[in-house]
Design a protein around this ligand. Structure first.
Ligand code: ADP
Ligand code: MG
Ligand code: MG
Length: 254
């Protein structure tokens, strides 16, 4: 069974001028196939840094700790190797690429992950089926990648990638900026389709609203660059009612 293990991860980020600043201060987390984990925390607590570090973004320096997928050292892998190993990191592809259609992009992504190009006809069928399942307008496949995508369209595209790539573990960073209800539902439906299946999901979010649609198996509270509390779905409810205040204090003093 696929397992992503993050052990005592410390990550610094520096802009080069005034030295590196430690953002992650010892993160421990295990995500297994079929589990949904929510990481929730206030703005600036380091949630996106965790996602970027696992994705292999060059700006984020791992100063200690480990990340493994089924025992393989993820931190030694290139970004492409991470994808081939079965990691899906949503923010890997945030760029607008005029002239590259969604369909072409998806076929290259599938080719990169599977190690060989799927036959065009079969891929087109597979893509259409996935789009149909996700209620995505067929015309979407011909749009230029990310160009003028609404929040909802970006999310649909993300979930479409998940559906086609079938990763072992997906890390989804729900940016704190306003996802509309439509987008939230798309993400949620997508995630729910994977729960109980072969994919483990790490859902990073600031707001509790998405958890009205997705039932996580585990909720982790993130503050001051580490996990300061963990529990089940009831923890998300507590956060919705009481906010992060008491955890922020714990994170600072820890
Ligand atoms: P969150 O996603 O929880 O809002 P982030 O991981 O985005 O938190 O940011 C955590 C802290 O790290 C913040 O203080 C932020 O300013 C800093 N930080 C994150 N990325 C960078 C970067 N590329 N350069 C400089 N500082 C950064
Ligand atoms: Mg932020
Ligand atoms: Mg963030």
């Amino acid at each position: 069974m696929a397992t992503l293990e993050i052990r005592d991860l410390h990550v610094s980020v520096g802009d080069g001028s005034d030295g590196a600043k430690e953002i992650l201060r010892g993160v421990d987390l295990t995500v297994k196939a079929g589990e949904i984990h929510a990481i929730m925390g206030p703005n600036g607590s380091g949630k996106s840094t965790l996602a970027y570090a696992v994705a292999g973004h060059p700006k984020y320096e791992i100063t200690s700790g480990s990340v493994t997928l089924d025992g393989e050292d993820v931190l030694e892998m290139s970004v492409d190797e991470r994808a081939r190993a079965g990691l899906f990191l949503a923010m890997q592809y945030p760029v607008e690429v005029p002239g590259v259609s969604v369909s072409n992009f998806l076929r290259s992504a599938v080719t990169a992950v599977r190690g060989e190009a799927p036959k065009l006809r079969e891929f087109t069928k597979e893509m259409k089926r996935a789009m149909d399942d996700l209620s995505i307008d067929p015309a979407f496949a011909q749009r230029s990648l990310n160009e003028g995508f609404s929040g909802g369209e970006k999310k649909r595209h993300e979930i479409l990638q998940l559906e086609l790539l079938r990763p072992k573990v997906a890390v989804l960073d729900e940016t704190d900026s306003g996802l509309d209800v439509d987008a939230l539902k798309v993400v949620s439906e997508g995630i729910n389709r994977f729960s109980g299946g072969e994919t483990g999901v790490l859902l990073i979010t600031h707001y509790t609203r998405i958890l009205r649609y997705v039932q996580p198996d585990f909720v982790h509270v993130f503050a001051g660059g580490r996990i300061v509390a963990a529990g089940g779905p009831e923890l998300a409810e507590e956060l919705e009612n009481e906010g992060y205040e008491k955890y922020v204090k714990a994170g600072v003093s820890a």
